[in-house]
Design a protein around this ligand. Structure first.
Ligand SMILES: Cc1cc2nc3c(=O)[nH]c(=O)nc-3n(C[C@H](O)[C@H](O)[C@H](O)COP(=O)(O)OP(=O)(O)OC[C@H]3O[C@@H](n4cnc5c(N)ncnc54)[C@H](O)[C@@H]3O)c2cc1C
Length: 487
């Protein structure tokens, strides 16, 4: 039986001690349905890392996931993990340092992130990589600069997208005896008379309620709110109506919980977008190595350096006629994609949501952009790609900074880009120890949070690759802290 099948079988056998009629009130009940040392809510990267780490530190652990499968946005992710990793970076001729990664993370976020948490994430990320390897994740030796990462320090697993993380950590969780409850939604935190988090209320798919005691602590790892259109429209009205690439589980349940229980929130208006799919698109075409593509507007020209930070790219796209543009690349860009991303691209081709052509002129016709302007632009770009590194750059550009793949190998490809809600840097406030803070400035004891659910790390803009570094690192640390805390 495969690991995932075993987990599903365990789910089917999970006892369902009904608590019909229990009001979600926040007070610990007289009797609990189940008792563990640590309860983790959310089965994405942060939650899985927390559950495994807590179990490795001796705790009995229950992991609640509201969907019918584990993974969340972590599974959908492209898998790039930002980390100062001297062995692989040296092999690829890249100089880097912890200080540089901290500085770039802070500056990208307009210095609104908590510098102590940023340093902790950056310093601990290499150990997180080693820990993930010990759990069975295999990383490539290559190091990447991806869309909005600002530097070449992203590691990528051998398996496509986020599968390596979810597969390895769920297997490890099972080996360690973590009890995983799927289709079980955290609805409330239950607080004891002393003001400590004593457990959670959760709702099963048939509507029954469950009270799960957490003797040592609860870890909130319920992800962001990118898939909650009303919440996005409320906090970032200028982005209302955009499509999202998030998992349907990213509905900001913790935001509602925080408002009800007086927990502090921060950074809520900073909703991150990427050049993704327009609303209504059924397939997923996406390139993420900025040296491999150009962004072209309706006039046939480039309008931004594609290696810019995500906030800059978002604002540039919003300024284009009809907020419309295309990602344009050649066959080399396709060859650089992992198999799942290639499949997404070919699905888009079949569905007429991406197109390719033997010549650039034919591609321009399909994109309905002026052919001459487009041809001139690509010629200029290819010259710049060929000249990069040969002479000192008078004015640095993408090609001099990170190199460019010249667009010369047919067929040439394009797909229309729509800004897509991708990540929500805002969320619950945590202190330097990862404990969740109340609006009165005190920590709610017995409650930690990790991953996209928190709002204290990235500030106004997240560097690409820092999402997984954050989720896995703070998940790992929160799991250990909860397991070792005094009940
Ligand atoms: C398409 C895409 C590509 C990305 N690529 C990258 C990349 O290459 N590198 C990078 O660093 N970042 C990337 N990101 C961002 C990255 O995936 C996230 O930052 C990270 O996965 C967040 O992990 P998490 O565990 O906090 O949240 P998630 O992985 O989303 O997990 C949260 C889980 O909690 C569950 N949940 C929610 N509410 C409840 C509830 N009430 N009760 C129980 N369970 C609940 C959800 O269903 C979900 O399974 C990408 C994101 C997307 C969408």
């Amino acid at each position: 039986m495969t690991a995932r099948r075993k987990i599903l079988a365990a789910m089917a056998a999970a006892p369902l001690c009904g608590l019909a009629g229990r009001a979600a009130g926040g007070e610990a009940p007289q009797a609990w349905d189940q008792t563990f040392d640590v309860v983790v809510a959310g089965g994405g990267g942060a939650g899985l890392a927390a559950a495994v780490s807590a179990a490795q530190n001796g705790a009995s652990v229950c992991l609640l996931e509201k969907l019918a499968m584990l993974g969340g946005d972590t599974l959908r992710s492209t898998g790039y993990f930002s980390c100062v990793e001297p062995r692989r970076q040296k092999m690829n001729g890249i100089a880097d340092s912890i200080d540089l990664h901290c500085r770039q993370t802070m500056q990208a976020g307009r210095n609104l992130g908590n510098p102590k948490l940023v340093r902790l994430m950056v310093e601990e990320a290499p150990q997180t990589v080693a820990w993930l390897e010990s759990c069975g994740v295999l990383f490539q030796d290559a190091v990447y600069e991806i869309y909005g990462s600002g530097y070449r320090r992203c590691l990528k697993p051998l398996l496509p997208r986020g599968t390596a993380y979810v597969r390895a950590l769920s297997q490890k969780a099972m080996e360690l005896g973590v009890k995983v409850l799927l289709e079980t939604r955290l609805t409330d935190l239950l607080i004891d008379a002393g003001g400590r988090t004593a457990g959670v209320a959760a709702q099963l798919s048939d509507g029954r309620m469950l009270a799960v005691r957490a003797k040592k602590g609860v870890i909130l790892a319920t992800g962001g709110f990118g898939a909650n259109a009303a919440m996005v429209a409320h906090y970032a009205p200028e982005l209302a109506g955009l499509a999202t690439d998030n998992s349907p589980g990213s509905t900001g349940d913790a935001v509602e919980l925080a408002q009800r229980l007086g927990l502090a929130l921060e950074g809520m208006p900073y909703v991150e977008c990427v050049a993704g799919n327009p609303p209504g698109r059924k397939t997923h075409a996406r390139l993420f190595i900025p040296s491999d593509f150009v962004l072209i507007n309706e006039r046939g020209g480039r309008f931004v350096e594609e290696d810019a930070l995500r906030l800059t790219l978002t604002q540039a796209i919003l300024r284009q006629p009809n907020r419309r543009c295309f990602t344009v690349f050649d066959m080399q860009g396709v060859e650089h994609l992992d198999p799942i991303s290639q499949k997404g691209l070919y699905q888009a081709l079949v569905a007429d949501e991406a197109f390719n052509a033997a010549t650039l002129g034919e591609l321009a016709r399909m994109m309905q952009v002026p052919q001459e302007a487009f041809a001139r632009e690509i010629e200029r770009y290819n010259k710049s790609a060929a000249g990069a590194g040969k002479a000192p750059a008078a004015a640095p550009n993408k090609c001099t900074r990170i190199g460019c793949t010249p667009l010369v190998k047919p067929p040439f490809w394009a797909y229309e880009v729509g800004l897509t809600v991708h990540y929500t840097p805002g969320g619950v406030t945590v202190n330097d120890a990862g404990e969740v803070m109340r609006t009165d400035g005190t920590a709610l004891k017995g409650l930690w949070a990790a991953g996209e659910v928190t709002g204290s790390v990235h500030g106004a803009n997240r560097l690409g690759g820092n999402g997984l570094a954050d989720a896995m690192t703070f998940g790992r640390l929160a799991g250990k802290a909860a397991a070792l805390s005094k009940a």
